[in-house]
Design a protein around this ligand. Structure first.
Ligand code: GRF
Length: 210
């Protein structure tokens, strides 16, 4: 099993969104409150009308939107985003509700330098509507995961997780709301840990210096 260390070369984030952008806001707030030592170089949206873009503009962060309909293939769409991130000298890509699957070429362009936040305790309940999947399954605990992105959906080494109990009175929506609170807490923490370096990937484990 191979082990290697690969911390991002700088602390410049590219945050990719498609919608409301509450995780983007959590990252903006953590930087402002100095809980996270980083800067957001650009916010990229897969939708020009994503409400999260307004959060970026309010914080004085540059934004750019890419519509996949404007590209012939997924590779071309991915390549356009990768070029923009490279142009802005982004060291760590943070997916925050980004609803397009990025291909293996994009992932290879940012080795161990793409993070995603997912609203379940992976590897349970990958894919869309994970909070409802968990609630319908009847699990007693669910939660949130931040992981390094690989070409597989919602896979890759786990950097942080938080457990959220499922209450008898919960609906899928009330569970999702409590999971979101944990997402907002652990995403900036995970970004800080990855930027700080001193970790290795051992198999599929993210191993931090003790
Ligand atoms: C979050 O629940 C995140 O875990 C999932 O998409 C949602 C994005 O929410 N990947 P927001 O746009 O950050 O508010």
């Amino acid at each position: 099993m191979s082990t290697r260390t690969r911390a991002p070369g700088n602390r410049r984030l590219g945050v990719l969104i498609s919608g409301r952008g509450s995780n983007l806001q959590a990252i903006i707030d953590a930087i402002a409150e100095r809980r996270l030592d980083a800067e957001i170089a650009v916010v990229v949206s897969s939708r020009p009308d994503a409400p999260g873009l307004e959060r970026a503009r309010r914080a004085g962060i540059g934004t750019v939107a890419f519509s996949h309909q404007d590209y012939d293939s997924r590779d071309a769409f991915d390549a356009a985003i990768a070029r923009e991130l490279e142009r802005r000298d982004v060291g760590l890509v943070c997916l925050a509700g980004f609803m397009r699957l990025l291909g293996s070429r994009f992932v290879a362009a940012f080795p161990n330098a793409i993070l995603n936040v997912h609203p379940s305790l992976l590897p349970a309940f990958r894919g869309l509507d994970a909070q409802r999947q968990a609630w319908e399954h009847g699990v007693r605990v669910s939660g949130a995961t931040v992981h390094i992105v690989t070409p597989e959906l919602d896979d890759g080494p786990i950097v942080r997780q938080a457990v959220v109990p499922v209450l008898p009175t919960d609906t899928a929506d009330s569970l999702a709301a409590r999971i979101l609170v944990e997402e907002h807490r652990i995403y900036p923490e995970a970004i800080q840990a990855v930027l700080d370096g001193g970790w290795t990937i051992d198999g599929r484990r993210f191993v931090e210096r003790p």
